[in-house]
Write a protein that binds this ligand. Structure first.
Ligand code: ASP
Length: 439
């Protein structure tokens, strides 16, 4: 068996955290492929090394002095080296970084040094082989990740060794320049590595014990999700449940490798398993409930729109011309509403309205702002009677007015539109009915 284990920034923020990670890795001989993030926050008021690197590089790019900031970053690593009594020095590495900063090597290069240096430390600490991600993770000249080339080269290189530490978050472009994924991208590196080595499991170690049924900022102490499918996760992450980078699912999903979210600070917790498919039914009918505020509904009315061929296309074209993507489009016989992100729409609203008039000739257009969308997600809803009824009844009991209802054909989720002001209460009502009272 082989396991890829990725550790997030808070799991590697200090020597003490490194020790916990070391214990986790040594507790299982299958944990042979390790992907570290850069050191994260040691406490709430702390700064992540990645953010320190961006700030330091911004100074270098302007031609300002950056030595103090660079030495503060070095101090973060030196603290770990001393704390673990490692016999390595990063003097030379920092001399190279200083030179490259002066030569404006790019902010991606700067940010990537967080993972690169932490990888060196991790390899020294574990006695594992260090492999620079710049040699094995590839992007094209426009910065798009090259999945197949990476899979081939990475797979072949890693097989040369018994164990490997591969820093997360970055790779290289054809001109040799370092390129990073978007923030939180070490999750993606872990997934890419799991696919390349045909790992049996991709363990993603962080500072929470997996996904929770609802946002803990809204629900006090919500229950954890033990098993979730990739599809359900996609719905929930899109709606704001952020434990794992959204794009981290794709490489492992392609090869059917499960992801296990685990907690470095509570390694005894089993965490959440993310799988392609499962016969395990969720404990509470729903797998999770999540949502987002800040939507606008543009309600378009036109007599007999139902029989006008191409009406929907013209409406959507008006949004497309302004570069606005739409979220949902519920319709009636003579009405059609388009839900879009408020911040995206606000600056362009009058242009969109006039384009709508020009292209679709509606009778009237109304705008409803400050809306929230709530997604009730769960594979257990399929072919299960009364789920929508319970969702709606729970909202009615709380006097919450429903602006929109949308259930996809997959029966995997029900999306409800409410006002921003009702958002938290709506999540609570749905959580209570399914989880607390288990109706
Ligand atoms: N260190 C990077 C960040 O802070 C990448 C990661 O942690 O996954 O976004």
């Amino acid at each position: 068996m082989s396991k890829v284990v990725k550790f997030g920034g808070s799991s590697l923020a200090s020597a003490e955290q490194f020790r916990k990670v070391g214990n986790i890795i040594r507790a299982d001989k299958d944990r042979i492929y390790v992907v570290p993030s850069a050191p994260g926050k040691r406490c709430v008021s702390d700064t992540k090394v990645t953010d320190m690197l961006y700030a330091c590089y911004a100074l270098a790019e302007k031609g300002d002095a950056f030595e103090t900031e660079l030495m503060q970053i070095k101090a973060r690593y030196d603290e770990i080296i001393t704390g673990l009594s490692l016999s390595i020095s990063l003097e030379e590495e920092f001399a190279t970084i200083r030179e490259n900063f002066k030569n404006c090597a790019g902010s991606d290069y700067a940010a990537s040094r967080g993972e690169y240096l932490n990888g060196i430390l991790m390899a020294a600490y574990l006695g594992y082989q260090f492999l620079d991600a710049a040699e094995v993770i590839f992007f094209d000249e426009s910065g798009n990740f090259l999945a197949e080339k990476t899979n081939e080269v990475l797979g072949a290189r890693v097989r040369e060794y018994d164990n490997v530490v591969l820093p997360g978050f970055y790779g290289t472009m054809p001109d040799g320049k370092v390129k990073t994924f978007s923030r939180g991208g070490s999750d993606i590196t872990g997934s890419i590595l799991a696919r390349a080595v045909h790992a049996d499991i991709y363990e993603n170690w962080t500072d929470v014990s997996g996904f929770l049924v609802a946002d803990p900022r809204i629900i006090h102490n919500p229950v954890a999700i033990t098993t979730i499918t990739y599809k359900e996760l996609r719905e929930l992450s899109y709606m704001g449940a952020t434990v794992l980078h959204e794009d981290a699912i794709f490489p492992v999903r392609q090869s059917g490798i499960p992801i296990n979210i685990r907690n470095t600070n509570q390694p005894e917790d089993e965490g959440t398993m993310i799988v392609e498919s499962t016969c395990k039914q969720p404990e509470y009918t729903i797998t999770g409930v999540a949502g987002k505020k800040g939507f606008v509904s543009i309600n378009i009315e036109k007599d007999k729109m139902n029989s006008e061929v191409g009406f929907g296309r013209k409406v959507l074209q008006a949004f497309e011309e302004s570069g606005i993507s739409f979220e949902h489009m519920p319709s009636g016989i003579d009405t059609l509403s388009v839900f879009v992100h408020q911040p995206e729409f606000e600056g362009r609203e009058q242009v969109v309205l006039s384009t709508l008039h020009r292209l679709a000739h509606p009778d009237s257009i109304e705008i409803d702002a400050d809306l929230a969308l709530v997604a009730v997600v769960g594979r257990g809803m399929k072919s299960n009677r009364g789920v929508a009824a319970r969702v709606l009844a729970s909202l009615a009991h709380q006097n919450i007015n429903i602006k929109m209802i949308d259930q996809g054909s997959s029966e995997l989720n029900i999306i409800i539109g409410v006002t921003n002001a009702d958002f938290e209460q709506a999540i609570k009502a749905i959580y209570d009915i399914f989880v607390k009272t288990r109706l």
